[in-house]
Design a protein around this ligand. Sequence first.
Ligand SMILES: [Zn+2]
Ligand SMILES: [Zn+2]
Ligand SMILES: [Zn+2]
Length: 265
Amino acid sequence: MRITVLGSGTSHGVPAIGCDCAVCRSTDPKDKRTRPSILIDVPAANAPSSYSGDVRSILVDTSTDLRAQALAHDLRRVDAILFTHTHADHVFGLDEVRRFNQMQKSPIPCYAERETADTLRRMFSYIFEPPPQRGGGLPQIALFHIAGRFVLGGVEVVPIRLWHGRLPILGFRVGSFAYLTDCNRIPDESWPLLDGVTTLILDALRHRPHSTHFSVGEAIDAAARIGATRTYFTHICHDLPHLQTCAQLPSGVELAYDGLVLEVE
Ligand SMILES: [Zn+2]
Ligand SMILES: [Zn+2]
Ligand SMILES: [Zn+2]
């Protein structure tokens, strides 16, 4: 299984519009952070899936920057999409799905909790309650509700409850890999689901505390408790320069960056 970090930035992206701070002006490519999303590529040998056709590329969230991310990483195929929650930075690229519909000649199955799916239907009423006149075409989406573990592309997807301030959202575990973005609390029932995770991507916004995201210190504590062999922080704001921050993190913990590729058992 291969994980590609498509976007490692917070909702504003880095650089932020109109900001002259050192990170926003940095020439290090690892300080350029698009909105948060990852791609999970499942080996074809795991097919067939529970859905029609073989699932090989699973996108997590459709970030505001999906088009730019797809071009940057030559993303040509999306077989399924998992949604963590409906904040704008995680869903506003949904319209770009049209291009994958065209290339693949099929709707794309999307998976979200019922509340998240209901919010998507409201936010994107032009997709789910289309007007009679369809100028540029509409994304073709088959929306399924997540109500527990399910199998996609021959791998089991384990939804992990996370708290993002007062909003319940989902992280996802696939094999020994877990993606836990947008959270500042992991509830008791979720810790056992993270047993045996060896590769972890975890929210860490900045050093200062925040009401809906782990700070770096809080994320270090959570990462230590999960005990993955390697942990990468994501959803990073412009407070954290890549090189200097990585030098200060415990061994086995690094900042993720756009384009980071991880091979996972
Ligand atoms: Zn800045
Ligand atoms: Zn969020
Ligand atoms: Zn976010």
